[in-house]
Write a protein that binds this ligand. Structure first.
Ligand code: C2E
Ligand code: CA
Ligand code: CA
Ligand code: CA
Length: 279
């Protein structure tokens, strides 16, 4: 699975040199692919560090392209944003993630929170909240099991409107996480102003925890800040037992990364040992 994300750039190699014609082709194919069901979601488990229980899954979109094969988000999300197709694609992602989480619950699986990435363009879309409500209603998934992952840059672009929208999501019971926390320019202001439930420590701070003293300080500070503010803190990109041990020593709440599980298809995820309810 590690290598599938690394053969990454074939789509760019094809579109970049030949400029806009092929880019338009890809956009057209994407529009079509959204309608015909070429997109799929993988799920990566999130574990409670103290108990070892699975508490959540991040939904990650992939494009099963009929000619190019499986494309990773790094190869098409930017183009989806640029073209506006992220709005219908994101709508599909939300609905599919809710449907799948409800299906796991109906199958008697351990109830978990499903986290969905929301891009800036989607967040600015006036229909987002009604799309989310419709997805919950139609799938019968309870709002408390849905989390939206937002980025700092998205939030600072239009602060007041963002706060309003986030308040509305919180009133419904939806959880709100800041993704890639620490990489933006207004992390502390964001904590003060936005009605968040969770911080996701960016992978760049986790990667070198074993060698970099300042990364250790930053991670430790984010974790204690989250604790002071009553927020759940999740570390992403945890790849080694050393990173895990350090995060445990700081009492980080939740972990996600190759050390615990790669993104995987829904059936595989549903069969994870941690997904069967304890008697
Ligand atoms: P992200 O939200 O930061 O998601 C985490 C990325 O890190 C995922 O890459 C995941 O596979 C990868 N990852 C997880 N654990 C590890 C680890 O231990 N080590 C390393 N090196 N990487 C790890 P992926 O699936 O390629 O997604 C890349 C980005 O694409 C995501 O970054 C997110 O920004 C975006 N994305 C994915 N799905 C969606 C979606 O449905 N909607 C939107 N708007 N963006 C999405
Ligand atoms: Ca994310
Ligand atoms: Ca992230
Ligand atoms: Ca990221």
């Amino acid at each position: 699975a590690k290598s599938s994300g690394r053969d990454g750039y074939k789509i760019y190699q094809q579109i970049r040199p030949v400029k806009s014609v092929n880019k338009l082709t890809i956009i057209e194919e994407m529009r079509n692919g959204i309608e015909t069901g070429e997109f799929i979601l993988d799920y990566q488990p999130q574990y409670d560090l103290a108990s070892g229980r699975i508490v959540g899954a991040e939904a990650l979109v992939r494009w099963q392209h009929p000619q190019l094969g499986r494309l990773m988000p790094g190869e098409f999300i930017a183009l989806a944003e640029e073209s506006g197709l992220i709005v219908p694609l994101g709508r599909w992602v939300l609905r599919e993630a809710c449907r799948q989480n409800r299906a796991w619950q109906d199958a008697g699986r351990n109830p978990i929170t499903i986290s969905v990435n929301v891009s800036a363009r989607q967040f600015r879309d006036a229909a987002l909240i009604s799309d989310v409500c419709a997805a919950l209603e139609d799938t019968g998934m309870a709002a408390e099991f849905l989390e939206l992952e937002l980025t700092e840059s998205l939030l600072v672009q239009n602060r007041e409107q963002a706060v309003e929208l986030m308040d509305a999501f919180r009133r419904i019971g939806i959880k709100l996480a800041i993704d890639d926390f620490g990489t933006g320019y207004s992390s502390l202001a964001a904590l003060k102003n936005f009605p968040l439930t969770r911080l996701k420590i960016d992978r760049s701070f986790v990667r070198d925890l074993h060698v970099d003293e300042s990364d250790r300080s930053i991670a430790r500070a984010i974790i204690s800040l989250g604790r002071e503010l009553g927020l759940n803190v999740v570390a992403e990109g945890v790849e080694t037992p050393e990173q895990q041990a350090f995060l445990a020593s700081c009492r980080c709440d939740t972990v996600q990364g190759y050390q615990f599980g790669y993104p995987m298809d829904a059936d595989t995820f549903g069969e994870l040992p941690g997904m069967s309810r304890k008697p």
